[in-house]
Unconditional design. Structure first.
Length: 554
């Protein structure tokens, strides 16, 4: 509806300019918003306000000219009023809102799709957990967010690639290898103490036993220390990564590309990135180390890329990785990180800008922690201490649908309380059940209609004028779906979809409880069924964006 009103307003402006009533000025950006108070109409425009200055006219006079040429906007507007200094308040015809139902049914699964990113390529990198242990629920929240961001961008017209960055070149991998090796020795009778700051989870013991029983581990305990650590590192890292992929698949997340940090070094991309920065005069030596002039690009200080001992920093490989992303042809890159990495964002933005990219080409989304609860009591999580609850355990307990939806019920930058007991409930207190149940109610009504011989009348022949205020209110919410999707894609805020679905489900539950959809009046039933079908379609489209199923019965 907003797009239709915007088009009508621009057409009215063009007509007024053609008639010489308004000067030939470029149409400025203007808002079409729902007024805070219902008595001010369905929609309000500030077009006359923003035109007043370039036109050198009183905004109320401009508003009057626009209103007269908008007329009823092709049947959309019932009446228009000028309010305050020059706002245009519009009262729309009921049929203007209700006409969205046939539109939804005509477009089906494509309703809400837009061309926001048409012709552009985006990459979403998410999860990227070190392959040193199973995914925990915090990783699960990042996985849900990244997967839905990718779905939103694709629905908004982008060509989207998803990627997982494997941090397999750092010290934490050697620590994993040593942890597994020591547990393997202990399993064969060694009293070697287990060192601090190593991985203590039971999964390390399991990996050690499995390695010893494998052909690869046959001579492990007789190998020199360095060789044994390397073997244990590669073998355990591969096993853990395979488990991560399996866990993500069960969670409904299938990431297209797994990019190894090691490959950056093997392919010479880290050195090439440093050479590129050096050629731009952006590296210098001080105190025996090599520094990047990141303070020239918004960082609070310069950063080391090579330490005085010759060892490259993590930042060096991160620079190379992000330069490689853009060299692969992505117009926009989205990184999803844990909130504890917030201090790292400015230096990476600086590196991207130093490479000649625009600041908006890189978006870093920070994800706050998950507070996992059971019966109201916190559940401890710590990968190193081995006291974590894995993502797989949560999904096995509450289901992928419930886990995904609950992860998306808050903004990514806000901490999330995840109550396992609530997530398992088959009640209206469970947000995903609440939305899915609305869909099953739609399906139930449609089945009853078929059983009663009412079927699905073609929308073109329906008399939507038979519908009343309750249906108009429901249609207004349906009509918000395309705008909501576009906004969620533009801002990378998947929680908007979850919020919207709960609003639509709530409206339909109320309508269902208060209204007999199937009545003796066949024409009225057909119109109500059309609206119900539209509700079901929009619920399906929204749930699909969240990667959540839309069951027909529960």
């Amino acid at each position: 509806m907003k797009d239709k009103i915007r088009s009508a307003a621009l057409a009215a402006l063009a007509q007024a300019q053609a008639e010489g009533l308004l000067p030939q000025v470029t149409a400025p950006a203007f808002a079409v918003e729902k007024p805070k108070q219902a008595e001010h109409g369905d929609l309000a425009l500030n077009l006359a306000m923003v035109l007043a200055k370039p036109c050198r006219m009183n905004p109320r006079a401009v508003a009057q000219i626009i209103i007269e040429r908008m007329a009823d906007a092709g049947g959309l507007i019932e009446r228009a009023e000028i309010a305050g200094p020059g706002f245009i308040n519009l009262f729309c015809r009921p049929l203007a809102w209700l006409s969205v139902a046939p539109e939804v049914l005509a477009q089906g699964d494509d309703f809400g799709r837009c061309a926001l990113g048409a012709g552009r390529r985006a990459q979403v990198e998410f999860v990227s957990a070190n392959p040193t242990g199973p995914l925990h629920v915090g990783h699960g929240r990042g996985a849900a967010l990244g997967d839905v961001m990718a779905r939103l961008l694709a629905f908004a017209g982008w060509e989207v690639a998803t990627e997982y960055y494997i941090n397999d070149a750092g010290n934490q991998m050697a620590t994993l290898g040593r942890s597994v090796l020591i547990r393997a020795r202990q399993a064969r009778g060694s009293d070697e103490p287990f060192p601090d700051k190593h991985y203590r989870g039971d999964y390390i013991v399991d990996l050690a036993e499995e390695l010893l029983a494998s052909p690869e581990g046959a001579g492990l305990l007789a190998m020199p220390q360095d060789q044994a650590v390397d073997l244990a590192t590669d073998w355990a890292g591969g096993k853990i990564l395979a488990g991560i992929k399996d866990d993500l698949a069960v969670f409904g997340v299938n990431i297209a590309t797994y990019f190894s940090e090691r490959s950056l070094f093997a392919d010479g991309k880290v050195q090439a990135a440093l050479d590129e920065l050096a050629a731009r005069g952006l590296l210098y030596e001080a105190d025996g180390a090599l520094w990047f002039r990141s303070s020239q690009f918004g960082d609070d200080k310069d950063r080391v890329v090579r330490r005085s001992n010759g060892e490259l920093t993590y930042f060096a490989s991160d620079i190379a990785y992000h330069l490689d992303k853009f060299k692969r042809g992505f117009d926009a890159v989205v990184d999803i990180w844990g909130a504890d990495h917030h201090g790292y964002v400015p230096r990476l933005r600086a590196a991207v800008r130093a490479a000649g990219r625009q600041p908006e080409d890189l978006t870093v989304v920070l994800v706050q922690m998950v507070n996992l609860l059971r019966g109201g009591n916190p559940v401890a999580m710590s990968t190193r201490a081995g006291e974590f609850v894995t993502l797989r355990e949560v999904v096995d307990e509450v289901g992928a649908d419930s886990a995904r939806f609950i992860f998306l019920t808050r903004r990514s930058d806000a901490p999330l309380d995840f109550d396992l007991d609530v997530a398992k409930q088959k009640s209206m207190d469970n947000p995903v059940f609440y939305v899915q149940y609305a869909h099953t109610r739609v399906c139930s009504v449609l089945r009853k209609a078929l059983e009663a011989g009412q079927g699905q009348a073609p929308p073109q022949g329906l008399d939507l004028g038979r519908l009343g205020p309750a249906e108009v209110d429901l249609a207004k919410i349906i009509g918000q779906f395309p705008e909501m999707v576009r906004g969620a894609a533009e801002t990378l805020e998947p929680h908007r979809v979850a919020y919207y679905l709960r609003e639509l489900a709530s409206a339909f539950h109320s309508y269902y409880n208060e209204t007999h959809i199937l009545v003796d009046d066949a024409a009225l039933s057909a119109a109500r069924l059309c609206l119900a079908r539209a509700v079901g379609q929009v619920l399906r489209n929204g749930l699909a964006l969240l990667g959540v199923s839309a069951p027909e019965a529960m």
